[in-house]
Each structure stands twice: as C-alpha cells, then as structure tokens.
Design a protein around this ligand. Structure first.
Ligand code: MN
Ligand code: MN
Length: 371
C-alpha cells in the first residue's frame, strides 16, 4: 500500500490574485472561446522602464507583443525642462499627450522648420528620418509614442550626442571650420534624456531656417468634433484630416458604461490599441474555429491582426477611453451590421436563420458605438 503523501500539492499553487482579478475573461472565458489565438495583450507595467533623473521611458514592441509586427509604442515621462534629446529614427512617430505639455522642434530635409507646444489630448507626427526633440514644459509631461514598425527600438535611435561622441574631433573641427578645442566639452556619450532650463515662450511667427514646413506636424485630436452616439463618441484622425500623418491612422474612442465598440474588422492594417481609462474586454475571432477574450485597463496595449473581427465592450462603471492605431494612411473598418444589412436578405437568412426584421433595424450609416 502506498503511504499517503503528507505534501498537499495544491499548497504549491499560489495564484497571482491581483492579476487574476484584472482578467476575469482569461480565468473563466466565455463558452464561445476556443482554440489557438496569439497573445493580444501587453501592459506597459510589464515593460522595462529606463529611469533617468529627468524622465523615464518604456516600450511595447514586437519583442514584448509578437502579434504586433506593424506598430510599436513608447510611454515616456519628462520632468519640467527635461529634454528628450535631438534625434531621428528609421520609423515615423505619432504621439498623444497623456498629461502636462511639451515643446517640440523639427528641421526637415528641405531645411523647413516646425516648433509647437502640445498639451493633453494633442500630439504630433514626425516623418521617418526627420530630426526632432521633445522638452517637458511647466508641469513636465507624459506621452504615448506610436511608431510605424513593430521592430522599432527606443534604444536604437540616432542621437545627436551619441553621433558626435563617435566622430573624430578633427572631423568636427573641419566641418564647422573652427579649432578642435571648440569641442573640448562635448559629452562623451549619449545624453538621451537630461535636465535643462525651461525654454523661453514659443514665438509663433519666428522664422527659422527656410520658413515653416508646408504641413503642420502637430495635431489637436482632443479638440476635433467627435462623431457622437448614445453610448459614446469617436474621433478619427488620418492623412485626410492630418495630412502630415501619412503612415499612421488613429481613432480616439469613448465608450460609456453598457456601451460597446461594435463588431467589425480592419481590411487594411493591424490594430494596436492603447487603453487610456476604464475597463474593457475584447474577443478576437482568428478563423478556423478559434476565438479568445482578453481584458484591458488603463496602461494596457491590445493588438488585433488585420482582418480578425472583434468588439470592445466597456466592462466597468466609468467611461472607457482607448486609442485605435494603424499603420495606414487611412482609417478603414468593415462593420458586421451593414455588411449583413446590405446583402440580399434571403441569402443572409439562409446563413443565420434570423428574422429579416433584425436587419431592417440596421441604420444605413455605421454606428461605431452601440449599447
Ligand atoms: Mn523620436
Ligand atoms: Mn477595431
């Protein structure tokens, strides 16, 4: 007879209760969930935070979230006066200010210039390869950066101080036609994020370089007139109303309690989401009988591979706010409701065995937020 073990194996199981509470639909999925779906959730809380005296930065890239090859995100904070140093990178950069405000500066390949101060709900688009800087103003700032390539790495941007510290001093002297001693105090390595005095007030009409860029590089997304519905609102911004943003399309979605971003998919790009406030759940159908549900809250990132249909439901008691981001010049989606309503009813009935009256109620124009 086998002696009964004194070890209670269940005592080794220490569930991560705070984490379980965050994702009830992972613990007890809807019965409709099934099969294999890639991981479609990452929280910036799980990313390495690069902390410096004048700010911090953390990223969610294809390394953290392999289901997002098209978009990477960075969450950055700068103290008042804190500078994200002059730099450029291979990717286009779109931004959304989460708190505070910042001064941005740009010089482009035509030697045209751009400077602006950007507040909460506003942001910018910097084309790939164009040098820029960001500096925290009075209260400092925190913002979200969205790059048009999942492979982006915030630690591999081309930085002014890094470059010049890797260039022979006699070359610098020759370039500017000055003695080598002019570069005696050059930083010996990259500064990345550093403390500096607050900049002087912005002079809007000051001409620098060969004049201002032809298309403004900042946006005022929060000030756009939203498409309003009973259960929420949507602001869509892409190259049609923010011409500089040629590679990034976005939507700022607000869903009231009881509301839901309707069933739909995106034919032209993967979706990358950033949750600003509230709580949500999303089920993504991955074809071949597979679907899985994920829960999100503020600070989380969601991903939806292109063409996979989904909904986003407000599961909390407060307003749900999130950004839908796409590597595309235009925002595009296909809603389930109008797809069915605009197909011959006999055909739809043969598929779904539903009463024609259901589809008669579908409005001719899309209603992105339902309830
Ligand atoms: Mn940048
Ligand atoms: Mn979507």
């Amino acid at each position: 007879m086998v002696k009964k073990s004194k070890v209670n194996f269940f005592s080794f199981s220490q569930p991560n209760l705070p984490r379980q509470k965050e994702q009830p639909d992972r613990i007890h999925p809807p019965v409709t969930d099934r099969g294999t779906v890639p991981n479609l959730k990452w929280s910036f809380t799980d990313s390495h935070n690069r902390v410096l005296p004048a700010g911090w930065a953390r990223q969610t890239t294809i390394r953290e979230l392999p289901a997002s090859p098209e978009i990477a995100g960075v969450n950055m904070m700068l103290i008042p006066g804190g500078v994200r140093e002059m730099h450029w990178h291979k990717e286009g950069e779109w931004a959304f200010m989460l708190r505070g405000s910042a001064r941005i500066t740009v010089v482009d390949q035509n030697l045209k210039t751009f400077q602006d101060d950007v507040g909460v709900g506003e942001g910018w688009y910097f084309p790939a390869g164009i040098p820029h800087s960001i500096q925290g103003l009075d209260e400092g700032c925190e913002f979200l950066l969205v790059f048009d390539n999942g492979e982006f790495d915030e630690n591999e941007t081309f930085q002014l101080t890094d470059w010049l510290s890797r260039t022979p001093k006699e070359i610098l002297a020759k370039n500017f036609n000055v003695p080598i001693s002019a570069f005696d105090n050059l930083p010996k390595e990259e500064r990345y994020i550093f403390e500096a005095p607050l900049p002087p007030p912005l002079k809007k009409d000051e001409i620098r370089g060969l004049g201002p860029v032809s298309e403004p590089l900042s946006h005022r997304m929060i000030k756009m007139k939203p498409m309003k519905m009973k259960y929420g609102s949507v602001r869509i911004m892409d190259s049609t109303n923010f011409p500089a943003s040629k590679t990034i399309a976005s939507a700022l979605v607000e869903v009231e309690p009881g509301g839901m971003r309707e069933l739909h998919w995106h034919p032209n790009a993967d979706e990358w989401q950033y949750y600003l406030s509230g709580q949500a759940r999303m089920t993504v159908f991955a074809s071949a009988g597979s679907a899985q549900t994920f829960d999100y809250q503020a600070g989380d990132v969601g991903a939806v591979p292109r063409n996979m249909p989904h909904y986003v439901e407000n599961t909390g008691k407060t307003t749900l706010r999130f950004l839908e981001m796409f590597r595309a010049p235009r925002f595009e989606d296909v809603p389930l409701a109008q797809w069915l309503a605009f197909t011959p009813p006999e055909l739809v009935r043969e598929h779904l065995h539903i009463d024609e009256k259901i589809l008669k109620k579908v409005p001719p124009k899309r209603v992105p937020i339902v309830g």
